[in-house]
Design a protein around this ligand. Sequence first.
Ligand SMILES: [Zn+2]
Length: 303
Amino acid sequence: MSDGKSVKPGIMFIAAHQDDAEGLAGGLLSKLSKRLNPRGVVACLTDGSVGHYRTEFLKDPKKLNQIRDEEAKNAALIYGFKYQRLVDNNGESFKDGRLEVNWKTRGAVWKAIRDFRPDLVITLPVNDYTDPYGMHNDHTNVGEIVKNTAYLIPAPLAFPEYMSENIDDKDEFEYIPPPIIVTVHDPYSGKIQPDIVVALTEEELDQKVKAWGAHLSQWKEWLPWVGRYDAPSDTESLKKSLIARSHRLAQSLPIKPKENEVYESFTITKWALRVPTLDEIKRYFPDDVLDYRFAEKKIKELL
Ligand SMILES: [Zn+2]
């Protein structure tokens, strides 16, 4: 929690899949880990059991799940973050490709946020109905799940099936304030209206490449296979492919991308009725190439 300067800020990324955090916000997580020394966690909603092409994973889906959880754990460690895979109130995984907005998934997110008490949540955006390609439903559903749950974060009686607090010697629950929630610029989710565009330093880019590189089953195997392109052969070509991807996405941003610079962009929400201050945005999103002009405008609109 943010009350008291000695307390470390809590940063939580809520993902659909094991590699989402690195691809979409790995540079920001690196930035924050170095500047704020936060408590950090990457929370993932699905078991990642769709992201491969080998028949052995149909016979043994848990094997792919284990590989991907291990990759995500190693990636998160690079920023000093923990990795947590969310499960339902019976300990069951949510299957990749079938993520639904229902009380089970909402309860899992509610519990994760109440237990970890983040100051900032970074997650995927909600569906844009004008999106022409209709891509990954898990991604847009994560946005919907977080948005639909945000208002209930302080409400202790909302999901009793997920309650883990010991209430035996208490008359009332502790108030848990809702966090700031921002969404990433996700090419799977349609139109892009970012309020903040952070540029990565060379060091942050290297850390993002390293973290993304931990997801070997994805960048080296699954994504080239499904995208029908050649897999990067080493870290240097992986870095080049990340720069190229960032520049493609940057075409739709109000910036002139510099050669070899990588950008990540974010949209401020008012979910949970929590509007961040400009100082909070400056703290959590250093190096905004838009000079916080769009962020300031958005905050004014939301208040
Ligand atoms: Zn994903």
